[in-house]
Design a protein around this ligand. Structure first.
Ligand code: TXA
Ligand code: MG
Length: 319
């Protein structure tokens, strides 16, 4: 296949999905690699394109609660409250599924992750189809998630049928995933919706510690979101001493004078939303820079900072 077309042609995206093809779609979190979730063969294409282990279940995306009810069996009260408050938005709810969701989507689990993304192009696309789309982040498995159409094209270009270009993702990190135990919410993955926002609506929620062997969140491998370069996380001044010379790239929360040519701050004035929106783009920029390693610091562990720190520590897990 030659280089994939990128554009804003929603009808082309619709037709491609209807034919069982793969379309990269913009969302407010990250770009997704979408296929008809009811079509197991189409979904197989996602795993091939991403080289993703098939034990890792996918999130399905749709645009109305009516549609969600047509492929799930039970929506706990607190799930309904969260859906009404935060959908469309950076929240995924893990719900009991109907058989119409094939095993390849859920990796054989009885549940399916469901999300209503908040992006005008993708919402229009979803309103024009009568099936949900399964869509993991549109990056090769384990690598940094894409937050622009160019990121998708750079890595999956020949493996996708069409890239729907919706500009830069506004939130910039993946959705918060919530599962239910006896109808009580449990956070399975930290993400673009903060714990505080969730607890304001449904009261105290547990956060499941992530581990690669956790059957509740099989995709939560410790090492993930990883650049190809070595990635060290810690105190910037100490890391600079450990890595003298200018061959490292530096990523900080707020601007800092390091004298390094490959230096980026996540936010100009310490705004956590701006930091989240810039995170993956800057990690990618550094990964593509002529340096040997990347050193970075954690951000304050408040609000979205917890999800940013989760991504940073997983990016560093291999180093
Ligand atoms: O923001 C997002 O969530 C993005 C955009 C494209 O919507 N999608 C995304 O998908 O991050 P992905 O495939 O990269 O991450 C899906 C995560 C995996 O860690 C997987 O384990 C978890 O969702 N997941 C999916 N279905 C699940 C289920 N039934 N039970 C538990 N975890 C599930
Ligand atoms: Mg992903």
């Amino acid at each position: 296949m030659s280089k994939t077309e990128t554009g804003k042609d929603i009808q082309k995206a619709v037709n491609t999905l209807k034919k069982g093809g793969l379309v990269a779609i913009p969302t407010e979190t990250v770009y997704g690699l979408a296929a008809n979730a009811f079509d197991p063969e189409a979904v197989t294409g996602i795993f091939e394109a991403k080289q993703r282990p098939s034990f890792d279940p996918l999130i399905v995306h749709t645009d109305t609660l009516e549609k969600v009810k047509s492929f799930t069996t039970h929506i706990p009260e607190k799930a309904r409250i969260l859906a009404e408050k935060f959908w469309p938005g950076p929240l995924t709810l893990v719900l009991e599924k109907q058989n119409i969701i094939p095993d390849i989507v859920s990796s054989g689990l009885t549940t399916v992750g469901v999300r209503m993304p908040n992006h005008p192009l993708t919402r229009e696309l979803l309103s024009l189809i009568d099936f949900p789309v399964a869509a993991p982040s549109a990056n090769p498995f384990g690598y940094i998630s894409p937050t622009t159409a160019e990121h998708v094209a750079a890595q999956l270009s020949d493996k996708v049928d069409y890239i729907l270009d919706g500009g830069e993702c506004k939130v910039g990190i993946e959705s918060t995933i919530i599962g239910f135990e006896n109808d009580e919410p449990v956070i399975l993955r930290l993400g673009g919706l903060s714990i505080d926002e969730i607890e304001n609506v449904v009261g105290k929620v547990d956060v499941m510690p992530h581990s690669s062997s956790n059957p509740k969140a099989p995709g939560m491998l410790k090492s993930h979101y990883a650049p190809k370069k070595k990635f060290y996380l810690g105190n910037i001044n100490e890391l600079l001493k450990e890595h003298p010379g200018k061959e490292v790239g530096v990523l900080t929360f707020k601007p800092m004078n390091t004298g390094h040519p490959y230096y980026f701050a996540l936010s100009e004035n310490g705004d956590m939303h701006e930091a989240a929106a810039n995170l993956f783009s800057l990690m990618r920029k550094l990964d593509n820079s002529p340096i040997e390693a990347i050193i970075a610091e954690r951000v304050p562990d408040t609000g979205l900072g917890k999800a940013i720190n989760d991504r940073l520590s997983r990016a560093s897990a291999q180093s």
